[in-house]
Design a protein around this ligand. Structure first.
Ligand SMILES: [Zn+2]
Length: 443
């Protein structure tokens, strides 16, 4: 028995023509490799079907030029044009009829001329998603593997362009979005942090990307019990606008997680002023905000001091344990004692400064220090290690791995919009809107 894939053209119920796309003999598969079509064959089959389908659609484009739009007289055929078209899996050169009129009007239609692009939005979106996830050259390689051959439409420059296009569309959608709080929740957790991105502009060296992750207290408990990822909404921005964009995205993210005037928000942060200002921007939109300096960053600060003063790690640790047990004043006293000890030991100012800056870090955030041990024992969040993972996956890996790669604020912002949309599980929500922004309605 044979198996044929045939495309059939019909007009008014009558078969006009048929074409065999592929013919195979039905055999028992000796190995799993022969079970069904190979990946390459599948791509070729779709391409061949498109190859038969597209010319019929292109004829419809030509049809509208059979009459002159200027004088409405009948135009005459005037040369053939070959136009490029890139669908998600295949490239095509489409033969398009040109027309001219006695009055002087003439038209040589192209796909780009008709639709302002010769790339299908599905391909643009795929490139955008991959380009946000990995370096553009790696995305090019992945697409080449997936497509089984190199396509000029999939080169890294195009992928970079598409990533920016999709990211800027998402940025626009999010900036204009009106979010109403649904499914109100009593308690929300929020982590805010920033990461530095290498600037294309050498004089500026780097800029900061800010990120806020919001999730329900209930989700935290459930995820902790089942050891799964916490469903959350993430907001991120690299735009330098005094926090306007990140505040708007964060407020919307919190509303999507159910924040209302009755919601108690617990926010974790490393103590940086620009991070707290994002947290503060939620004031008036919720019942209250408890701010906690997160344990992860406290521990890091002590670790830095310990590296500078390896002979005093015990003293530094005993101060750290006071913080852990919710006794920040005692932690500060221990640092004062250590400072005196270092002074009488004639330590260098540079080393003493490590202890002094540790002390001012605690004092600057003293109202945000809690009993971390108690929180841990009560299975309440006390560290931003989750936020660190988010920052790591959103900012550090994409923007730092290749030191050579440099970014503009705008490009980094666009990449972040794609990443946060996917991690907030909102790609499907926005996709129709993205399509709408990607298309140009032909007249
Ligand atoms: Zn005319």
């Amino acid at each position: 028995m044979n198996f044929e894939i045939i495309v059939r053209k019909k007009e008014k119920g009558e078969v006009v023509s048929e074409k065999v796309i592929k013919e195979v003999e039905i055999k028992r598969a000796e190995t799993i490799l022969e079970l069904g079509f190979r990946h390459k064959e599948q791509v070729e089959i779709i391409g061949a079907i498109q190859g038969e389908y597209l010319p019929l659609q292109v004829d419809k484009i030509s049809e509208k030029y059979q009459f002159c739009p200027k004088c409405e007289g009948r135009s005459r055929k005037n040369g053939i044009q070959y136009a490029d078209y890139h669908s998600s899996l295949s490239d095509h050169k489409l033969r398009i009829q040109g027309y001219a009129c006695r009055c002087g009007w003439q038209k040589r239609p192209t796909i780009h001329g008709e639709y302002r692009t010769s790339v299908h939005p599905d391909l643009t979106k795929m490139q955008g998603i991959l380009g946000a996830k990995m370096p553009y050259k790696e995305a090019e390689e992945i697409l080449e593997k997936f497509n089984c051959h190199k396509r000029s439409a999939n080169n890294h420059v195009k992928i970079a362009e598409c990533t920016n296009t999709i990211g800027s569309i998402l940025s626009k959608i999010k900036s204009e979005e009106v979010v109403e709080s649904k499914c109100e929740t009593d308690g929300l957790y929020m982590y805010v942090d920033g990461g530095h991105v290498k600037d294309k502009d050498r004089e500026k060296r780097s800029f900061e990307a800010l990120l806020a992750a919001v999730f329900k207290a209930d989700s935290y408990k459930k995820a902790a019990n089942s050891n799964t990822a916490i469903p959350k909404h993430i907001a991120a921005s690299a735009i330098n606008d005094g926090g306007k964009t990140i505040n708007k995205y964060t407020l919307d993210a919190a509303k999507k997680e159910g924040m209302s005037k009755n919601t108690e928000v617990t926010a974790f942060c490393d103590g940086a002023a620009n991070c707290w200002s994002i947290v503060n921007s939620l004031k008036g939109h919720c019942k209250n905000i408890t701010k906690i300096l997160d344990w992860y960053h406290i521990r890091q600060a002590y670790d830095r001091a310990k590296r500078a003063l390896p002979d005093y790690t015990e003293k530094l640790d005993s101060s750290k344990y006071k913080v852990w047990h919710g006794k920040p004043q005692e932690a500060v006293s221990k640092l004062d004692e250590l400072t005196k000890e270092l002074e009488s030991a004639k330590m260098s100012d540079r080393k003493i400064d490590k202890v002094i800056s540790m002390k001012s870090y605690l004092l600057n955030n003293i109202d945000k220090l809690v009993n971390y041990m108690e929180r841990k024992e009560a299975n309440l969040p006390y560290t931003s290690s989750i936020a660190e993972t988010i920052v790591e996956s959103h900012i550090n890996t994409r923007f730092k791995r290749k030191q050579k790669m440099q970014w503009t604020r705008e490009n980094a912002h666009n990449v972040l919009q794609i990443k946060t949309t996917i991690h907030s599980n909102e790609w499907n929500l926005y996709e129709a809107n993205i399509d709408k922004q990607l298309i140009f309605k032909a007249a």
